[in-house]
Design a protein around this ligand. Structure first.
Ligand SMILES: Nc1ncnc2c1ncn2[C@@H]1O[C@H](COP(=O)(O)OP(=O)(O)O)[C@@H](O)[C@H]1O
Ligand SMILES: [Mg+2]
Length: 343
């Protein structure tokens, strides 16, 4: 288990102190894929760099399986680092080495014989889907393939933890999904813990089971991914979730304005469905019980690791008591509702 206890990191910059990480408490259980999301400068990289001793906390402690990483240096720190692999946005490959030689590199440093290292590297190349590309140079690979090399190299010393710092941020959406699928399968096959830093909620939704949201060095919200998607509490979390669940929120706003102009008496509601709730039967049953006019403004459904989540923007017009009844019915059916405008 990874445990951050009251961790603060302050950099002394020319302009004055920078509070990169402030009072962070976080526990990450073994085998989880734990997402850390936040905008640029939130402190995400600094936080995970303290896990492998690339930064040391100004105060507080960072522990892995009860060992205080933040108190180690020299040989004991190097030994602990073997338990942790890391992948990066720009891959950090050695350009004059082939795929196989890149993967072998950490094994050579760890003192393995060339024959052993080669055997292991072949196995890892296969695991990440690069069989047949072992003799290629990084310059001959696509972005997705380069990141696969990065992943294989990070796994070379059989780490217990894989740190991913914006590892898909330089990739196109389809390649991003392929690399995320690979990370998920590695997590399941090898049972390692993945700490996933990103500024994209899509990445979190696709493979993480838990998420912490960072803003200005602090963790402002954390929990199971589906809970955070269903009930984001903080403004920054709502922004992330809305960007992802309703990518065309701007368009939605335009449509909402148009509808309000046309039907100024309407009540506009956002319904959030999750798990096995089928959207339309609930809505049609609601309309049977509470006859109202209903305009569908926009809707979408997304898969998370713990089930589907969908949102539907609708405008209800009609008798006030019926609208209240309809909203009560939705609540009874455990559909989250948010009334955006009311006549
Ligand atoms: N070595 C450093 N010296 C001074 N300031 C730093 C250093 N590393 C990071 N920072 C500052 O700490 C804050 C958090 O940075 P970082 O952890 O890289 O955020 P993120 O990864 O979320 O974008 C930023 O304001 C950044 O400029
Ligand atoms: Mg960063």
């Amino acid at each position: 288990m990874i445990e951050f206890k009251d961790v603060t990191k302050t950099f002394q910059a020319k302009q004055g102190p920078v509070h990169a990480v402030q009072d962070v408490n976080l526990k990450i259980e073994d085998g989880h894929i734990y997402g850390i999301v936040g905008y640029s400068g939130a402190g995400k990289s600094t936080l995970v760099r303290m896990l492998n001793g690339l930064e040391t906390p100004t105060s507080g402690s960072v522990n892995i399986d009860g060992v205080e990483i933040s108190a180690l240096s020299g040989a004991p720190l190097r030994e602990q680092r073997h338990k942790i692999g890391m992948i990066f946005q720009h891959f950090n490959l050695l350009w004059s080495r082939t795929v196989l030689q890149n993967i072998m590199f950490p094994l050579e440093i760890a003192g393995q014989s060339k024959a052993e290292a080669e055997k292991k590297a072949h196995h890892l190349a296969e695991l990440v889907g690069l069989s047949g590309r072992e003799t290629a140079y990084p310059s001959e690979l696509s972005g997705g393939q380069k990141q696969r090399v990065g992943i294989a190299r990070a796994l070379a010393n059989d780490p217990q933890i894989l740190l991913s710092d914006e590892a898909t941020s330089a990739l196109d959406p389809q390649t991003t999904d392929e690399v995320l699928d690979l990370l998920l399968s590695i997590n399941q096959k090898l049972h390692l813990t993945i700490v996933l830093i990103t500024h994209e909620m899509h990445v979190i939704r696709k493979i993480a089971d838990h998420v912490a949201v960072m803003e200005s060095g602090k963790i402002v919200e954390q929990g199971p991914v589906l809970d955070v998607f269903k009930r984001p509490q903080q403004a920054v979390t709502k922004r992330f979730v809305n960007e992802e669940v309703t990518p065309s929120l701007n368009e939605t706003t335009v449509v909402v304005d148009q509808l309000l102009e046309k039907y100024p008496n309407g009540t506009i509601v956002r319904l959030t469905f999750h798990g096995d709730q089928a959207q339309l039967p609930i809505v049609s049953e609601m309309l049977k019980q509470f006859p109202l006019d209903l305009n569908i403004i926009e809707g979408g459904i997304h898969q998370t690791q713990e089930g589907a989540i969908g949102s539907l923007y609708v405008q209800l017009t009609g008798d006030r008591a019926k609208i209240d009844g309809a909203l009560g019915y939705l609540e009874k059916m455990r559909v989250e509702t948010e009334v955006l405008t009311r006549e």
